[in-house]
Design a protein around this ligand. Structure first.
Ligand code: NDP
Length: 242
């Protein structure tokens, strides 16, 4: 059965795996045309092929503004502009706050916080055109903090403050939504560079019951609300998470 088209276009950063890929599938199933942005091109090309007409794969690194500008030009030319931007690209390089981990600190700020800010600034004109949605993927770590997640939490708390300011500044043209998942079973912890932390966190993630598809359903529900209503902030956790 073919899917009715909503006519809306969603741009998803970090669409090559996990929550981003699941969100692309969920929105495509609702008739959205989707632009899949990530660095691992073979993954987004395979996903675009799976989703068929209306899905395009665009190589883009959120720390490289030129690649985002080029992506925005393709979205305008090939899909007519973005109605939804999902700032999902992120890394969670947990570990102790020690000088040896300083490259992780910089990378997390550059990807999780500056990456979202830059993508939003680049797509802002397209989102304003006709009224768009900005969905920022924060985390439960945007509301709490624990030993070992200091800079990750800082980037997600930063997303929260930035989003709240934008919510007030951009309304009513653009709705701003913050999604704050707890643990979700994805490859996110496999990128942790601090070996001992990686072992502990990846082992803990083996039993996480919440899937990327669970989160994608919530995102799709949020953007599908009528225009006069905004789900500004959604915190969701595995039921058994402390
Ligand atoms: P994944 O590791 O599966 O996905 C991360 C995505 O980010 C990948 O598609 C990756 O693509 C992309 N990415 C990383 N760096 C860059 C970059 N420089 N430029 C563009 N894309 C980049 O993990 P999740 O799906 O779990 O994570 C998605 C978001 O959800 C993150 O923001 C994360 O913080 C957040 N989150 C996840 C939770 C979890 O427990 N899993 C809990 C709370 C929040 P590529 O490498 O191909 O560029």
């Amino acid at each position: 059965m073919s899917t009715p088209s909503t006519g809306r276009v969603a741009v998803i950063t970090g669409a090559s795996s996990g929550i981003g890929a699941a969100t692309a599938r969920a929105l495509a199933a609702k008739g959205y045309r989707v632009a899949l942005l990530a660095r691992r091109v073979e993954r987004i090309e395979a996903l675009a092929a799976e989703l068929g007409d209306g899905a395009i794969a665009i190589a883009a690194d959120v720390t490289d503004r030129d690649s985002l500008v080029a992506a925005a030009a393709r979205v305008a030319d090939e899909l007519g502009g973005a109605d939804v931007l999902v700032n999902n690209a992120g890394i969670m390089l947990l570990g102790p706050f020690i000088p040896e981990q300083r490259e992780d600190f910089t990378r997390m700020v550059e990807v999780n916080l500056l990456g979202a800010i830059t993508a939003t600034e680049v797509f802002l004109g397209q989102l304003r055109d006709g009224g768009g949605d900005l969905v920022n993927i924060s985390s439960v770590a945007g509301r709490t903090a624990r030993p070992g997640n200091s800079v990750y939490a800082a980037t997600k708390w930063g997303l929260g403050g930035w989003s709240e300011s934008l919510r007030q500044e951009l309304q009513p043209d653009i709705r701003v939504m913050v999604i704050e998942p707890g643990a979700v079973a994805t490859e996110l912890p496999t990128h942790i560079t601090h070996a001992q932390t990686r072992e502990g966190v990846t082992a803990a993630y083996d039993t996480v019951p919440v899937t990327a598809e669970d989160v994608a359903e919530v995102i799709a529900f949020a953007v599908e609300r009528p225009k006069h209503l905004t789900l500004n902030e959604i915190l969701l956790r595995p039921t058994n998470q402390a």
